[in-house]
Design a protein around this ligand. Structure first.
Ligand code: C2O
Ligand code: CU
Length: 465
């Protein structure tokens, strides 16, 4: 299934783990939640159209909101009722490597009819999400994704919250998902952009709220490729967290919140004091569309101050003692690859295109045999991401969050994130404390770019630095 050569050491380890995975009839009473990936239909809301055939966790889009407690054991049994192998990746969670859900790297793909027990501890409270990492460019586009909310162990966050998961679907005129998953044009340009926006699997849903009410919005993008921007004018928006990680203090937002594929933002919203319907707009295309709205009615509520969130618990990177590497991102339309190594062979651009490969990291299309960088546990990694393409990319690191510490050569210190949006030609340096051993993916989260070559990895060895 996978486009890359398996890493033998990990395949053996994961095979053993898979063989040991219990195969009992689990239930919620055992503390294990069962999540079944299966075909279903969903009312995505295209007017006058029948429900859309999708693939979905437990048959709903998005899949159920899973809730874990920071620092406590969390178990989900994945059952695969699809006709192709799958896995679950817990996007943004600093979990044990064997539970990261990357086929051929951290586990065997879960075959149709098989199951796999995910059993881990999420160390940080925040907003995360889950999705397959097998054939993700098709499986996520067909509806396989859901929110994961991790709540703090102590000092429970109080007050109302809404989880809003936004997706950009490509629907045909019959309301069915367009089957263009491997379009070379999409893959070599901006990725598979859609034509239909949903939030929580609905077109422009509306939530009820009281005048003046304050609430926490957990906003998640599961789009394949579209960079979305949400305008909360009228709600006095404050930004609380990015990609699950709390900011040092809430920040008033001056403009729209941009979410690249995979990114999240936690916001504190204050409802207007009037009875009205007020919309949050998606504004990335210049033609604002209602993403969702609030029906404001009833007794006025006393606004609350934004909550103080527990800080992201990862150690700060130590730039003075960092081990550095460069990651040159090349290819795509208008800067076509002259050549790259693919599956061990050096091929020219045309031969690569015939194999669906349009992008390369450090001259290798798709998984290189060697990691971008090898770090010892506790060391600081500094990766110079160089976007030498004419396209935007959403670079995502598994297993650890990072800070952007330089942009365009200027030193900065941006909030913790797991996915950074890069502009065409942009140079971004990311730094992180490598405190989670294992082999971790570093890839573009525009999923047709992932499929077409933007697939790399790093290694953190277990020995202490
Ligand atoms: Cu959200 Cu490697 O993925
Ligand atoms: Cu990309």
């Amino acid at each position: 299934m996978s486009a890359f050569a398996p890493n033998r050491r990990h395949v053996l380890g994961a095979g053993l783990a898979a063989a040991l995975a219990p195969r009992l009839a689990w239930s919620r009473e055992d503390g294990v939640q069962v999540l079944t990936a299966r075909p279903a239909t969903a009312p995505l809301g295209a007017p006058d159209l029948p429900d859309t055939p999708v693939w979905a966790f437990d048959g709903v889009v998005p899949g159920p909101v899973l809730r874990a407690v920071a620092g406590e054991r969390f178990r989900v049994l994945l059952r695969n009722r699809l006709d192709q192998p799958t896995t679950i990746h817990w996007h943004g969670v600093r979990l044990a490597n064997a539970m990261d859900g990357v086929p051929h790297m951290t586990q065997h793909p879960v075959a149709p009819g098989e199951e796999f027990l995910y059993d881990f501890v999420a160390p940080d409270a925040g907003t995360f999400w889950y999705h397959p990492h097998a054939n993700s460019w098709e499986q996520v586009a067909r509806g396989l994704y859901g929110p994961l909310v991790v709540t703090p162990a102590e000092g429970a966050e109080t007050g109302r919250e809404i989880v809003a998961m936004a997706d950009d679907w490509r629907l045909g005129e019959d309301g069915a998902i367009h089957e263009s998953f491997s379009s070379g044009h999409d893959a070599s340009h901006g990725g598979r952009l859609g034509n239909w926006l949903t939030v929580n699997g609905r077109s422009a849903p509306s939530f009820s709220a009281r005048p003046g009410e304050t609430l926490r919005l957990r906003l998640i993008s599961s789009a394949n490729a579209r960079v979305m921007a949400f305008d909360f004018t009228g709600f006095a928006p404050m930004l609380l967290a990015l990609d699950g990680a709390a900011l040092p203090a809430p920040e008033a937002l001056a403009g729209p919140v941009t979410l690249a594929p995979g990114q999240r933002a936690d916001l504190w919203l204050t409802m207007p004091r009037v009875e009205a319907g007020v919309a949050a707009q998606e504004v990335s295309t210049g033609a604002p569309t209602t993403a969702f709205s609030f029906d404001i009615a009833g007794e006025p509520a006393e606004p609350l101050a934004p909550p103080t969130l527990s800080p992201w618990r990862q150690r700060e990177p130590d730039l003075g003692a960092a081990r550095a590497a460069i990651l040159r991102m090349e290819g795509g339309a208008m800067r076509w690859l002259a050549q790259a190594v693919y599956n061990g062979e050096t091929l020219d651009g045309r031969a690569l295109a015939e194999r669906g490969q349009f992008w390369a990291f450090n001259g290798v299309a798709n998984m290189a045999p060697e990691p971008v960088i090898t770090l010892r546990r506790g060391e600081t990694g500094l990766i110079a991401l160089r976007n030498e393409t004419r396209w935007r990319h959403a670079m995502h690191l598994h297993g650890m969050h990072f800070r952007v510490v330089a942009r365009g050569g200027a030193q900065v210190r941006e909030p913790w994130r797991d996915t950074v949006l890069m502009q065409p030609g942009e140079a971004v340096d990311i730094a992180f404390s490598a405190d989670n051993p294992g082999d971790w993916m570093l890839h573009c989260h525009m999923l047709s770019h992932t499929a077409a070559g933007m697939h790399g990895w790093i290694r953190v060895t277990p020995d202490q630095a």
